[in-house]
Write a protein that binds this ligand. Structure first.
Ligand code: ATP
Ligand code: ZN
Length: 519
């Protein structure tokens, strides 16, 4: 090809699907409408001679019971149907045993990439690190990366054999290797690491901005990300547009010459980036976040606020819709019907349950204590994933609280060992997933020591034995809790947290929320 020839590339992207293969009650998003939009964008771009790639920033799993109950089979098959070219492995791809992830790799007819996850035993890459695409005379390298926080927040039962390495050095090395071998025109990282404005990543692992700034200029042309679940739209350097609404113009971030893009979450938008390549120089000529049947509040002629579509209605692709409909029906059938009743809200909102004791956490722990006949119990606050509203309670409500399919376990403690354990787990600070929720336990912390520990209303006796209920996530070291699984006195049951809570509601309804309000 002549050197001066202009070439074009369109990158389409989504991220953080979290089980949203189907539209919501309002008809927003959903894979069938997403396909219609993507088909049109791809056809338009191809007609203009563009190379076209469709990428996902990961976290396909976990969030909607209809999907979770089917291990995201509809989601991965739906993505294959839509024609994704590659995705990054997200932390939630490790919510299930690795055998399930293997199945998901088969349901996907595209690679699940991550260059920084290694098999501890062999020292080798645990997953495909990158993929090379050749289209329209362009060679495009796509490298996958996963947040190192997965090791901290992921389920130790499933990720114990994996090492999540710092992405910067890995990216340098992989990009160099690719450069020598393939001389790509464009190098893209598809990541699940989060976009933190001006690299202010706080308590999280460093994300895309830090990565872009840490690499030699020119290493990556763009980062297609996920995990922080935001539309990356900037008003100025290192200033994000907090007023962005569906349908508005969006300027992605750029750091050290690398574009950083993310399309919020759940397939609400498809990101579309059009590039021109001239003399090896890549220029962004157009960027849009295209809403997928999202509603926004608009004030009409009579001064009344009404929800209005932010875009022209996108008709869901009929073939994909009829492919997914049986999955939706099957999922819905498994969770239909009321199983109980509660007379007031049970609090599981993220901004409460990671900061203070809540009634829902106590109901959950009571249910788990009942399962194994425990004296007291605990869970980490971050494991409570939703609230339960006052009124009828459905299995769906319960699966939203407990999407992870953790097992109920217990530990028979000698009093002194229990004290040592409690001394550790009562230290986790608020505002972290690890924050301790407990029931039938009370204590005080004084000058760094744990005092007045009471179990079930009685002072802890160092020579007595106590049974503690907890889930398999915390028992195996999740959220930094001491691992108990190899200790004498530890037992795991086959019952899941959702089953235990379901049983509790069917046995004790109507549940009186006040009975569980923390004192
Ligand atoms: P993402 O942003 O990728 O969706 P996330 O929402 O899970 O990640 P956080 O909201 O910070 O990230 O939640 C992490 C917390 O979720 C952990 O600290 C832990 O308390 C809880 N958690 C994660 N996985 C499990 C699991 N398998 N079982 C129980 N709790 C879990
Ligand atoms: Zn994530």
């Amino acid at each position: 090809k002549p050197a001066a020839e202009t070439q074009y590339l369109t990158v389409l992207h989504t991220n953080d699907n979290h089980g949203r293969f189907w539209h919501n009650e309002k008809g927003e998003y959903g894979m069938a409408a997403r396909k219609t939009l993507i088909d049109q964008l791809r056809n338009d771009a191809k007609a203009q001679g563009h190379a076209v790639l469709l990428l996902s920033g990961g976290d396909i799993n976990t969030g909607i019971p209809e999907s979770d109950l089917q291990f995201a089979e509809p989601d991965f098959k739906g993505m294959s149907f839509i024609g994704y070219d590659a995705m990054a492995l997200g932390n939630h791809e490790f919510d299930n045993p690795l055998s399930i992830l293997k199945k998901q790799q088969q349901w996907a007819n595209f690679p699940l990439l991550s260059a920084n996850i290694f098999d501890k035993k062999t020292g080798e890459n645990a997953f495909q690190a990158y993929q090379i695409f050749k289209q329209q005379g362009l060679t495009i390298a796509v490298i996958g990366l996963t947040t190192t926080d997965t090791a901290k927040i992921g389920n130790p039962q499933f990720i114990g054999g994996l090492e999540f390495k710092e992405p910067v050095e890995i990216t340098k090395a992989v990009a160099q290797k690719i450069k020598v071998r393939y001389q790509p025109d464009i190098t893209i990282a598809v990541t699940h690491m989060g976009h933190y404005v001006d690299a202010s990543y706080g308590i999280n692992a460093p994300g895309d901005v830090t990565l872009a700034r840490s690499l030699p200029h020119g290493t990556l042309d763009m980062i297609i990300g996920g995990h922080s679940q935001e539309p990356i739209c900037m008003t100025a350097d290192n200033k994000s547009d907090d007023n962005f609404k569906p349908g508005m113009a969006c300027k992605p971030d750029q750091q050290n010459g690398t574009w950083i893009m993310q399309a919020h979450e759940w397939g609400k938008y498809v990101g579309k980036a059009m590039f021109k390549i001239e003399n090896k120089q890549l220029t962004l000529i157009n960027y849009e976040l295209l809403p997928v049947n999202l509603y926004i509040d608009k004030v009409n002629a009579n001064g009344i606020t009404v929800p209005e579509l932010a875009n022209e209605y996108i008709t869901p692709n009929p073939e994909l819709k009829s492919f997914l409909a049986p999955y939706q029906a099957k999922g819905a059938k498994q969770i239909e019907g009321e199983i109980g009743f509660v007379n007031a809200k049970l609090e599981g909102d993220r901004n409460k349950v990671r900061y203070q004791q809540t009634n829902l956490a106590r109901v959950i722990i009571q249910a788990q204590m009942n399962s194994v006949n425990a004296d007291f119990g605990l869970i980490s606050g971050g494991g409570v994933r939703d609230s339960i509203s006052a009124g009828e309670v459905s299995y769906k409500d319960i699966l939203k609280v407990h999407p992870f399919k953790n097992r109920i376990t217990y530990m028979d403690w000698q009093g002194q060992d229990l004290l040592d354990y409690l001394d550790i787990v009562t230290r986790f600070p608020p505002d972290s997933g690890a924050y301790l929720q407990y029931h039938q336990l009370s204590f005080e912390r004084n000058n760094d020591s744990l005092i007045n520990v009471m179990i079930n209303g009685k002072e802890l006796n160092k020579t007595k034995t106590y049974r503690m209920s907890l889930n398999s996530y915390n028992a195996s070291g999740g959220d930094g809790y001491p691992a108990l699984t190899d200790l004498k006195g530890f037992v795991s049951t086959e019952e899941t947290d959702a089953q235990a809570l379901k049983r509790f509601f069917s046995e004790y309804s109507p549940v009186d929320a006040a009975e569980f309000s923390p004192k």
